[in-house]
Design a protein around this ligand. Structure first.
Ligand code: TA6
Length: 276
């Protein structure tokens, strides 16, 4: 169902027959809410979020495409999260949104492509798939991530289990310096911004206070990014102290990219989120 959201932005409301629900803005094909069958909100969404270009909505799942981070010629995390998608098909519990490049996008990204993003909600799961077809005659560079903001009771109460013991990661707070994690659990006492290159396909976010466990499964995405900005940095679209209420766990093609999608090739990736 298509409804009007803030700042005149349209959003799609998805409902699963077994109770889960989600909301997705056409702005950025941006999922802003995911509720389990118990009706509890699982995503962080900033009270100061801006819902219109040139900003990406602060929270939910910003879609980083066709670039991850600042490395490359495009704006930080690419243009998809600041672009207006169209609904190409939908049902009660799922929607597929489409983006083709505008002349404006061609100025910085001169490729013909067709991007489809599908979001489907289940009773205690949310599945998101990205599919991009290179319709131009040259290879197109691609980096991407599902930059998901998970709501937590307090950052002190949670850890992210990255699924392997003592992996190395690239520390974004220290120029992507190679750093080793002790054990498999990331805990937060300061800004943490890490790319786990070649990460296992299943990661967990555990809130020890509420007992909630979110499982993040990735398919076709080699890396995983874990981020909490801590409180030292100010963000115009994040309220005081909000950093304590979220952790980002992001299936990504980050350090392992950019890849080159060949002419005529269709490349796809998926994340499956589940809550228990
Ligand atoms: O989550 C990883 C990251 O690349 C961080 O370095 C930080 O920049 C974050 O994304 C947020 O980026 P944004 O452009 O959405 O403020």
């Amino acid at each position: 169902k298509l409804v009007d959201g803030p700042e005149g932005q349209q959003k799609v409301v998805l409902k699963s027959s077994s109770g889960g629900s989600a909301e997705v803005f056409l702005h950025g094909a941006h999922v802003t809410s995911w509720k389990s069958n118990k009706g509890e909100e699982l995503f962080f969404l900033s009270k100061k979020a801006i819902y219109a270009p040139p900003k990406a909505i602060r929270g939910g799942i910003p879609l980083c495409f066709p670039q991850f981070g600042p490395l490359g010629k495009l704006q930080q995390h690419g243009f998809a999260r600041n672009s207006e998608f169209e609904v190409s098909r939908g049902s009660e519990d799922s929607v597929t949104m489409s983006l083709r490049p505008t002349t404006d996008l061609h100025r910085t990204y001169p490729h013909e492509f067709h991007l489809l993003v599908t979001v489907k909600v289940g009773s205690d799961s949310l599945t998101q798939t990205l599919e991009v077809k290179n319709e131009s005659s040259e290879a197109m560079p691609l980096g991407t991530a599902f930059h998901t903001y998970f709501l937590v009771s307090d950052v002190d109460n949670v850890y992210v289990d990255v699924g392997s013991d003592g992996p190395t990661y690239l520390d974004n707070t220290k120029g992507r310096a190679e750093t080793q994690l002790s054990g498999s659990k990331v805990k937060f006492q300061q800004e943490f911004d890490a790319i786990f290159q070649g990460a296992p396909d299943s990661l967990k976010l555990v809130d020890e206070k509420t007992g909630r466990t979110i499982t993040v499964k990735k398919e076709g995405l080699p890396d995983a990014v874990v981020w909490n900005p801590w409180g030292d940095k100010q963000f115009a679209d994040m309220a005081e102290g909000e950093y304590r209420t979220f952790v980002c766990v992001e299936p990504a093609l980050a350090a392992s990219g950019p890849i080159q999608v060949q002419p005529g090739e269709t490349w796809s990736c998926t994340q499956v989120l589940s809550v228990s």
